[in-house]
Design a binder for this molecule. Sequence first.
Ligand code: GLN
Ligand code: ZN
Length: 755
Amino acid sequence: MSHIHLLGFPRIGAKRELKFLVEKFWKHEIDDAALQAGARELRQKHWLLQKGAGLDISPVGDFSLYDQVLDAQVLVGAIPRRFGFDAANLSSAQYFQLARGNQSQPALEMTKWFDSNYHYLVPEWHADTAFAANPAPLLAQIAEARALGINTKPVLIGPLTLLWLGKAKQAGLERLSLLPALLDAYRELLATLHAAGVEWVQIDEPILALDLPADWLQAFAPTYATLAASPLHLLLATYFGDVSAHAALLKALPVAGLHLDLVRAPQQLSAFTQGWPQDKVLSAGLIDGRNIWRADLDAVLQQAEALRAQLGDKLWLAPSCSLLHSPFDLAQEIKLDVDLKSWLAFAVQKVNELKLLKRGLQQGRDSIGNELAASNFAREQRRSNPRIHRADVAQRLAALPAGSDQRASSYAVRAEVQASWLKLPLLPTTTIGSFPQTGEIRAARAAFKRGEIDAANYEAAMKAEIELVIRKQEALDIDVLVHGEAERNDMVEYFGEQLDGFAFTEYGWVQSYGSRCVKPPLIYGDVARPQPMTVSWAMYAQSLTPRPVKGMLTGPVTILQWSFVRNDLPRSAVCRQIALAINDEVLDLENAGIKVIQIDEPAVREGLPLKRGDWDAYLAWAGEAFRLSCAGVDDSTQIHTHMCYSEFGDILPAIAALDADVITIETSRSDMELLRDFGSFHYPNEIGPGVYDIHSPRIPAEHELENLLAKALDVIPARRLWVNPDCGLKTRGWPEVEAALQSMVNVTKRLRQQL
Ligand code: GLN
Ligand code: ZN
């Protein structure tokens, strides 16, 4: 019989229960027993929900108190020695210490999970890293699920993916050299699962969607030959991309089944169906696990029917990837526009879509006639709804003359025009935008949102804050000021709320890392800017001071990257629409006399596709969108951009091609290493390398700043160098901000004397 199943379910809970649970434990408000009980309750709820929807088999081990990659490390006993913990007897406090660090040991490093906005904890590999299967926690969860009558499918991160995701902590250490020892632990694990009566095990190897070096690819066949010694049925799961380049390899692996992401990479299907081994399960990921759109049930059922005709009961159906990346339950959204709501599906709805597909396959289309009709209706509505498709937006894009993304003159010409009115000293000082978001600011914003204070009161509170920020910057003697961003909750949401084509949910949270969740905006329709978004705040700030105040905007690529994006247009097209909306704002700012404008693009690097072959196309449209967002400004207007937490080395030509007059970047933690790349690349425009880390409250010593600036001057000529912190200051407190900025200005002034 065909199965419907999930690769994973969102563990945070419908109302972010997991977040509040673990945070209570961290604050010592509940003890370990209460933590475990709360976690068990959530798991049970989620399994019963799946069972209720008719899933044939449910994932176990997809739940985690913090991160599934951390759990995988514990499962194979690979905890870095520096912690001195015993994986087999790990307390909850120790577990969280691995994730969050403490005074004596920094946490495991965290990084992005493929191209999603989920972050995992990076394993640390040493030549003497030892492995030992530690199956007890997983076995306990299997028992929990069985007690509810659940047919279980434990989920493991595959050994090659786990090794790949870790970092070699010793020079010269080849991660693959750890494979034999790691495989021993996996074999033991599988043996224990088999002894416990498990039938199917899902093994995730998402690295297959990356450009893998040959030795890693070659490791798959022997690895799975080793694991296939177990009588268990292994379902090898791939997702987030096209793995058809490895179709021959994957079809020949001695596993019982293979999962393919047919939403991100539908084109890969034929490479697998041709010559598909009849004894293997093909799990078709036909429901989008990464986005919030309702499936086109009719189209998906057609695909499933065709596959079923070929594969019979060997066809399984699933979402494309784990539903970890999807918000929990649309039914909670009672404020959402009804039309929009009818176009969406969150995790619970996606599970239901699977159920309908199965019924349609087994009992025929008529058995889901009403649901098909509703799905078709939603699809047609989306196709024709005038809020989604706006003639004005389409016409404007179509009418853009070629080259409209280019500034009128080259940087060299612009720099002179800008210098003549800006009259900045050498090594101008500035900040990245936000100043401390104090409790009062947040309270005022929240009260305004709830309607407890009126617009006039709110405006007065924000203006007072802007004035305070301007006066403090003047007192510090900073050269190019900012208004401080007090009125902004979040750098994407603030703009999304004011743009057409965006919507916001109440509970559409997805886990970002640990207890942190994000609630991305939904871009559902053509984007346009009905009215100015920042101009009055900027004008007010500028009216307070003769020094230049930067207009502060978020760029189109970052707005796109941090939202759920409509799936009926290419991302590049949506990005261009956002670019034009931002461009409207840029031109209005310029008209209002704001002639230094910063367009933040911290997400450019993270938007890079998983495969290098796709990079150029992405960088071309992302770059064009950024340039379009500042199109048409006068040579005398100085465009800044800002990017944080990025490795730029391999994309410097694309960064230079943005042609911002000034770019500020995060560099202090790398000891200006990042800047060296800009130097050797001969980055042509002005650049402000961050001189101190804003992620910690630590106040940098003046000699440290001197040291970093000396390094910067080694690689960038003084006339193109700016001085600024790494990023915005909104998470910091005023005393440390003032002290750090004072040191920054002092050091800069001393340095100017020597130049
Ligand atoms: N202008 C924003 C700020 O200062 C930039 C934030 C970011 O780069 N992430 O807060
Ligand atoms: Zn930043």
